[in-house]
Design a protein around this ligand. Structure first.
Ligand code: NAD
Length: 418
């Protein structure tokens, strides 16, 4: 094999894990087949008149994986690397994520292959509105509900909603989540994923008898998930020893003041401009000396090449798919406790669910109510997965897959699909 070994695609990694779990819980072949194929795949070409007067055609995807447990739910991203394999894998992970936290949704995901960093605000608005128009016949609050992901934010959701409303001729705030507060967004949505990562950290630490207050935490990334997670650990008293962004990383064994780091990043564009730390590479936070590692940047970061050098005893996956299956095996053998993405970063979709519930009621909760409800769901989900992992004597990732697949299978049986 050696250098000719073919890298498993992101979706193949999902299929591999599905087959592994199917053996453990003895899933029928037709169940595995349903869970291996998206219910519906939408691919559209979107022409956009660019600011220079020329038209460019963008390829856009929406993969609706499974709706046995409820309407499908998943964000959409704008990125040059977006492709069908990635969107399919992320849609499957969304199906598992909503089931593992037991909210009444299926799973979906979307993406447009584009480079938003090279596009003007007007071009992004036109692209978003055309994407909304193209998806309008296939989405809705009872069908499929998009949300923000990488490089899409509350403003993008607002444009998307406005265009959808025009197509259907009424105001339907529940068709997207992650909206601005002024048009039906939920308090607490912005920091929900980071807050959820922190709640999971608290639960895991209590199970492993670790004091989070004394813990050294290293984080890859410094965006929405990474910064908000860092903030809650920092406030508790943990030492944040390393963070990074796409331009590089910083390390200080005595701990970073993450608010000052954020100020520097805002002003100068990168955490590496922060002076009270040693400059390291963007991958180094994965392998510095620490107790807890939070990968919160991109997929496929912890691989068979660097997994052996990971020093953390606990990994909480803020990003989707940060650990390859080969790395997972190496880390398991080293006895590292890994809280998988579908559990650890579910805080965002949970508060998106609360946003949708509030939109449908037309009645809005305080931020405190949202945070308290989020905590209850995250703690219960952690304990469900922890129990299943112990029952089957498997790691937390396998336990999370078993927990969610059992719930999806239960729904498919009730519906008469199997
Ligand atoms: P973001 O765009 O806000 O932040 C991404 C961060 O990663 C940035 O700081 C960027 O500089 C950094 N980065 C990019 N490439 C890097 C590299 N090679 N090395 C180190 N750092 C790098 O995105 P986000 O919303 O924080 O999402 C991060 C991850 O979390 C993604 O995998 C996303 O799918 C996942 N996620 C996000 C949410 C959410 O609510 N935002 C919810 C669940 C999962």
């Amino acid at each position: 094999m050696g250098e000719f070994q073919i890298q498993q695609s992101f979706f193949d990694q999902y299929l591999g894990k599905l087959r592994h779990v199917a053996e453990i819980i003895d899933l029928a072949p037709e169940v595995v087949e349903i869970l291996s194929k998206p219910k519906r795949t939408i691919i559209v070409s979107i022409p956009v008149r660019m600011d220079n007067g020329k038209t460019r055609v963008f390829t856009a995807y929406r993969v609706q994986f499974n709706d046995a447990r409820g309407p499908m739910k998943g964000g959409f991203r704008y990125h040059p690397d977006v492709n069908l394999d990635e969107v399919k894998a992320l849609a499957a992970l969304m199906m598992l994520k909503t089931a593992v936290v037991n909210i009444p949704y299926g799973g979906s995901k979307g993406g447009v292959k584009c480079n938003p960093k090279e596009m003007s605000r007007r071009e992004l608005e036109v692209l978003t509105r055309e994407y909304a128009k193209a998806l309008a016949p296939f989405i809705g609050p009872d069908i499929d509900i998009p949300a923000p992901d990488v490089n899409t934010d509350a403003q993008v959701m607002a444009w998307f909603l406005d265009e959808y409303n025009k197509v259907v001729g009424k105001v339907v705030p529940g068709v997207v989540t992650g909206k601005p507060l002024s048009i039906g967004g939920s308090g607490g949505r912005g920091e929900a994923t980071g807050r959820g990562v922190f709640f999971i950290g608290l639960e895991a630490a209590s199970k492993l008898n670790v004091s989070l207050k004394d813990a050294r935490v290293s984080i890859q990334g410094f965006g929405n998930v990474a910064f908000n997670a860092a903030k809650f650990f920092y406030e508790l008293g943990s030492k944040i020893v390393a963070v990074s962004n796409s331009k590089g990383g910083i390390y200080n064994p005595d701990g970073l003041n993450i608010y000052k780091v954020m100020e520097v990043k805002r002003k100068e564009g990168s955490v590496t401009k922060y002076s009270e730390a040693e400059i390291i590479s963007r991958e180094d936070p994965l392998t510095v000396d620490c107790d807890i590692l939070i990968p919160a940047a991109l997929e496929g970061q912890i691989t068979e090449k660097n997994a052996g050098n990971v020093k953390a005893k606990m990994i909480i996956e803020g990003a989707n798919g940060p650990t390859t299956p080969e790395a997972d095996k190496i880390l398991s053998e080293k006895g590292v406790f890994i809280v998988p993405d579908i559990l650890a970063n579910a805080g965002g979709v949970v508060v998106s669910y609360f946003e949708w519930v509030q939109n449908r009621m037309g009645y809005y909760w305080s931020e405190k109510e949202v945070d308290d409800k989020l905590k209850t769901i995250m703690v219960n989900a952690f304990n469900d997965v922890y129990e299943v992992s112990n029952k089957y004597n498997v790691d937390m990732r396998t336990g999370a897959y078993i927990t969610s697949i059992n719930r999806i299978v239960g729904a498919m049986k009730s519906l008469g699909w199997i």
